[in-house]
Design a protein around this ligand. Structure first.
Ligand code: NDP
Length: 461
C-alpha cells in the first residue's frame, strides 16, 4: 500500500472499544500510521453494551424511588407510569450519538477506521474484508462476551446484551449470577416494577468484595423486594404457555417472563487467529501479556478485557494509553494496578477502593472502622435504607488500606478517596480532614472508634 515502509501500517488495532480507541488515537497523534478494525459499533462494550447504556437505565429506574420519597417532602406525585420503549429509544439515540463521536475521534486523530472482522494471519498481517494488511505491531483489544454455562434450555436465556434492548420489560425476571452485572440489572428491573429473583450458586453476592459490603447490599436489595435464592442452581429452562419454567436443582421451579444470565464474561479470542499466530492464551482464553502489554509474540500486544486482568473500562483506557506512550511516544510506562477504585451501580450503589478486610488481614494487622446510618434524606422520606461505610487501616503504619461504601452517591464519594489512598493517606490524615456538613461523605472523616476486635488474641497483636 504505502511505499517506503516495510509495512502498510505501524499499528493495526483489532477492536474500537475503550482500550483500542485510546491506544490508536494516541499512537496516531504521535505520528503513527494506524488502522483500527471494528466488527460492530465503535465504542465497544462499555459504550454500546455496558457501562453507558446500563447507567442510563439505572438513572431511569431511580425515579421510582424518587417519586415515593417525594411524598415525605410534601409532594404528591400520583399516576406516574413508565414507558420502557420510550426509555430504550432515548438510550439508543444517545448511543448513536456516541458511536459517531468515537468514529470521529479516530478519524480526527488520523487513524483509519475499517468496518469488518479482522483475523490475524501472521505476526504482522491481519486479514479483513478479503484483504491482507500488514503492520509492525498488532494490538488486540477485542474485549469479552457474556459466558453462559451449558444446561438444557440455555437457548431461552438472555444476557446483558439483550437486556438493554428488550422490546418490553419482563414483569417477572430471574437473574442468574451475583456479580456486578446481575446486581445492577436486578436494581434496574426492580426499580421499574418487575418481580426480580436473583439466583446465586453460592451463599452471598459480589464475591471478592468486603464481607460487610456483601451482606449490607444483600440486606438492602432484599428490603426493596428483590428475592435472593442462595446456594441454588438452575437445572433447566422450558418455554411454556405461561412463561419460562425455570427448574432449580432442589426440584423446585418458578415461572418467569425472562431469564437473564450474568455469570461472567469470556475473552473474545477463539476466532481471530491468535492461537495460530502462536499467541499464548491462559485457561480462560485470555491473552497473556507482560507489563508492557506484549503477548508471547513480539509484535502482538493486547489491552483491556481480552487480557482478563482488571476488567474495567478506565483500566483498558489506561492500558491503551501506556501502550501508546511506550511504543509511539518514546515514554516507557506501565500501569500501576494497586488501589483501583470501582463501583457497582446497584440500588443503593456500592463503591470501593483498596483492600477488603479479608485481603488486608493476610498481610497486615488491621484496625477497622465501620459506620451504619440512615441517610438524612430518609428521615423525611421514611425509606428504610441504611448506608454503610468501612475503613480498613494498617495498625503498624496507620495507612488506610481500604475504603468501602454501600449507599447513595458511593461512587462519587469513593473517587475522591481513591486519590487519598493513592497518595498513601493515613487514618490520622483522614481524621485531620474537616468534613462537609451535612453530607454522608463526612462520615469518612469522622469515624473515631475502631470496631472492637472479636478475637482477643487478634486484639493483642
Ligand atoms: P462476575 O465475574 O462479576 O460475576 C459472575 C457471577 O456469576 C458470580 O456471582 C458467580 O458466582 C456467578 N457464576 C459464575 N458461573 C456460574 C454458573 N455456572 N452458574 C451460576 N452462577 C455462576 O461477572 P459479571 O458477568 O457480573 O461481570 C463481568 C465483568 O464485567 C466483571 O467482572 C466486571 O469486571 C465487569 N463489569 C464491571 C461493572 C462495573 O464496574 N460497574 C459493571 C458490569 C461489569 P460465584 O460468586 O459463586 O463465583
Amino acid at each position: 500500500m504505502t511505499t517506503g515502509h516495510r509495512y502498510d501500517y505501524d499499528l493495526i488495532t483489532l477492536g474500537a472499544g475503550s482500550g483500542g480507541v485510546r491506544a490508536s488515537r494516541l499512537a496516531a497523534k504521535y505520528g503513527g500510521r494506524v488502522a483500527v478494525i471494528e466488527a460492530s459499533r465503535p465504542g465497544g462494550t462499555c459504550v454500546m453494551r455496558g457501562c453507558v447504556p446500563k447507567k442510563l437505565l439505572v438513572y431511569g429506574a431511580h425515579f421510582a424511588n424518587h417519586f415515593e420519597d417525594a411524598l415525605g417532602f410534601g409532594w404528591h406525585v400520583s399516576g406516574a407510569t413508565h414507558d420502557w420503549g420510550a426509555m430504550i429509544a432515548a438510550k439508543n439515540k444517545e448511543l448513536d450519538r456516541l458511536e459517531g463521536i468515537y468514529g470521529r475521534i479516530l478519524r480526527d486523530a488520523g487513524a483509519n477506521l475499517i468496518a469488518g472482522r479482522g483475523v490475524i494471519a501472521d505476526p504482522h498481517t491481519v486479514e479483513v474484508n478479503g484483504k491482507r494488511l500488514t503492520a509492525e505491531k498488532i494490538l488486540v483489544a477485542v474485549g469479552g462476551w457474556p459466558a453462559i454455562p451449558d444446561f438444557p434450555g440455555k437457548e431461552h436465556v438472555i444476557t446483558s446484551n439483550e437486556a438493554l434492548d428488550l422490546p418490553e420489560r419482563p414483569k417477572r425476571i430471574v437473574i442468574v449470577g451475583g456479580g456486578y452485572i446481575a446486581v445492577e440489572f436486578a436494581g434496574i428491573f426492580r426499580g421499574l416494577g418487575s418481580e426480580v429473583t436473583l439466583v446465586l450458586r453460592s451463599g452471598q453476592l459480589l464475591r471478592g468484595f468486603d464481607q460487610d459490603v456483601r451482606a449490607t447490599l444483600a440486606d438492602e436489595i432484599e428490603k426493596q423486594g428483590i428475592k435472593i435464592r442462595r446456594d441454588c442452581v438452575v437445572h433447566s429452562i422450558e418455554k411454556t404457555p405461561k412463561g419460562y419454567s425455570v427448574a432449580f436443582d432442589k426440584s423446585e421451579e418458578m415461572i418467569a417472563d425472562g431469564v437473564l444470565y450474568a455469570t461472567g464474561r469470556t475473552p473474545n479470542t477463539t476466532t481471530i487467529g491468535l492461537k495460530e499466530a502462536g499467541v499464548k492464551l491462559d485457561k480462560k482464553g485470555a491473552v497473556v501479556v507482560d507489563e508492557w502489554n506484549r503477548s508471547s509474540v513480539e509484535s502482538i500486544f493486547a489491552v483491556g478485557d481480552v487480557t482478563d486482568r482488571v476488567n474495567l473500562t478506565p483500566v483498558a483506557i489506561n492500558e491503551g494509553r501506556v501502550f501508546a506512550e511506550t511504543f509511539f511516544n518514546k515514554t516507557p510506562m506501565t500501569l500501576d494496578y494497586t488501589n483501583i477504585a470501582s463501583a457497582v451501580f446497584s440500588q443503593p450503589p456500592v463503591s470501593v477502593v483498596g483492600l477488603t478486610e479479608e485481603q488486608a488481614r493476610k498481610d497486615y494487622k488491621v484496625r477497622l472502622f465501620i459506620t451504619r446510618f440512615k441517610p438524612m434524606k430518609h428521615t423525611l422520606s421514611g425509606r428504610d435504607e441504611r448506608t454503610m461505610m468501612k475503613l480498613v487501616v494498617d495498625k503498624a503504619t496507620d495507612r488506610v488500606l481500604g475504603c468501602h461504601m454501600v449507599g447513595e452517591d458511593a461512587p462519587e464519594i469513593i473517587q475522591g478517596l481513591a486519590v487519598a489512598l493513592k497518595a498513601g493517606a493515613t487514618k490520622a490524615q483522614f481524621d485531620a480532614t474537616v468534613g462537609i456538613h451535612p453530607t454522608a461523605a463526612e462520615e469518612f472523616v469522622t469515624m473515631r472508634d475502631p470496631v472492637p476486635e472479636k478475637d482477643p488474641a487478634a486484639a493483642e497483636m
